[in-house]
Design a binder for this molecule. Sequence first.
Ligand code: PLP
Length: 399
Amino acid sequence: MSIPRAVFDSVMVPNYAPSAIIPVRGAGARWFDQAGRDYIDFAGGIAVNTLGHAHPALVAALTEQAGKLWHVSNVLTNEPALKLAQKLVANTFAERVFFCNSGAEANEAAFKLARRMGNLKDPNKNRIVACINGFHGRTLFTVSVGGQPKYAQTFEPLPGNITHVPFNDIAALEAAMGPDVCAFVVEPIQGESGVMPSEKAFLLRARELTTQHDALLIFDEVQTGNGRTGHLYAYQHFGVVPDVLSTAKGLGGGFPIGAMLTTEALAQTLQPGTHGSTYGGNPLGCAVAGAVLDELLKPELQANVHARHLQLVAGLEALQAEFGLWQSVRGLGLLMGAVLVPGQSAGPLVNAALEAGVSLLQAGPEVLRFAPPLTITEAEMAEGLVRLRQALEALREGG
Ligand SMILES: *Cc1c(COP(=O)(O)O)cnc(C)c1O
């Protein structure tokens, strides 16, 4: 007996507005609804299902760990967490890792590290500089650092001493920096607010300014991390190394896990008792994330991201020529945005696409966002593009 969507309204808090279509299972870059109809997954659970649905290596890692050990808390450590941390350290700038359960929690750890580092040096060194339209999560601290006031309004009083500068505005960042700054935080590609890439010069200048002012450079790679841009982390694409990197979303391929990566020296800021999370580093999550990383590090997977990026861009450009609904396509790897022409809005396009059997995302009202599994095949991508074309045709005919 399938449960109808109407149940949502009678038992769930209405902070989400899900579609009437309810997925029940998935395979690769495809999921199936209650009636057995299939959908091509261009959304990836919002850049989470890095390896698609029911990837055999992840199912094996999870079920193997499920029969061994689920949880011990951080009073003890566990082998999957240590192995995962070793892999992250071996493949990034990081020397130390803190595990948690979500992107907001990874940022919370990063911001608390920055505040504590500042406080220990000088009680006035606690200002955080962030970007307008940045998104860092939904806890009170992260909506305050985030640069979209609509997410923080009506939740006052908010944590203070946070300054926002326009994204990619070097002069504004120079003006905002000072000795009282403990950190500058930025997404290498602003995800939620429109798939807007950083300019390399902006990140390079941010690196110089944070070093000059003895402040931390924090990259929020919750969305851009874990192979999504064609590199394990996007900082590797830009060639700018942060002091702290937060990640989550794709790290567990659908199993909740987040991480904060940092250097050995900065890690010393968080001595025993200063921060924690009951579930952080949970063996199930770490076992799955370990298997995700093993797949992400395979050259074939990176090659697939590059090939499917080109296929997606070509497909979107062809649709642009035919329908004229978007004016440009931007992003890296398999985190792409189609910027709609003035007067078009993403919501109706996303709904029409779902009707036609392809799930997409929006990023703000004016950008269609594509974040498919990194394992999506050439055939799945082609089929998704055909269905998107059908959706656009149906919209045109419907007026
Ligand atoms: C999704 C996202 C977050 C929040 O992650 P949650 O797991 O929802 O807490 C933070 N930063 C960025 C850049 C994100 O895309």
